[in-house]
Ligand binder design. Structure first.
Ligand SMILES: Nc1ncnc2c1ncn2[C@@H]1O[C@H](COP(=O)(O)OP(=O)(O)OP(=O)(O)O)[C@@H](O)[C@H]1O
Ligand SMILES: [Mg+2]
Length: 145
């Protein structure tokens, strides 16, 4: 079921969408972010994390796979699995130990995580829409039960 759906026309509108999306994500949850390279997964994650109460900089976890941010309701673990060669590399991160009632996982490129990830409670899908002058994105949130 789609809970939230929007077409944005600019980077700042994507950021605004992230702030709105933050209201739909309850703790604990695992959120998969799907969309092609450059679709805006990290941009959206940053604004979700800031909206949830972390006021510092949010950087892309491309090299270290996972970054954690204390927020009002607990801890957000932001992951980017693009560089994983094999899902089993996640064993070393012991991500199962990070699960608690106060955890929220935001995972970019979740397909690379295989069985080492928890199933998604939410999926956010971003799609670039090519338009002559604008950098549009279509964003939807699906709640998975
Ligand atoms: N409407 C828009 N929404 C989001 N990003 C936009 C938009 N218009 C332009 N951009 C640009 O597109 C890029 C999106 O990058 P971002 O790192 O968020 O994508 P990503 O999906 O995380 O990519 P990757 O798969 O490489 O991790 C940024 O450079 C951003 O400035
Ligand atoms: Mg990214």
């Amino acid at each position: 079921m789609s809970e939230f759906e929007v077409t944005v026309n600019s980077l700042s509108e994507t950021e605004e969408a992230g702030r709105e999306l933050a209201n739909y994500l309850n703790f604990p949850s695992c959120v998969y972010l799907n969309g092609e390279m450059g679709a805006g997964k990290t941009t959206l994650s940053k604004s979700i994390i800031n909206a949830l109460g972390y006021s510092g900089d949010v950087t892309s976890p491309t090299y270290n796979l996972i970054q954690e941010y204390p927020v009002t309701q607990g801890i957000v673990y932001h992951m980017d699995l693009y560089r994983l060669k094999d899902a089993s590399e996640l064993e070393y991160l012991a991500i199962e130990d990070l699960w608690s009632n106060a955890s929220l996982f935001l995972v970019e490129w979740p397909d690379k995580g295989g069985r080492y990830l928890r199933p998604a409670n939410f999926e956010i899908v971003l799609r670039k829409i090519f338009d002559k002058n604008q950098d549009k994105r279509h964003i939807i949130l699906k709640s998975i039960n």
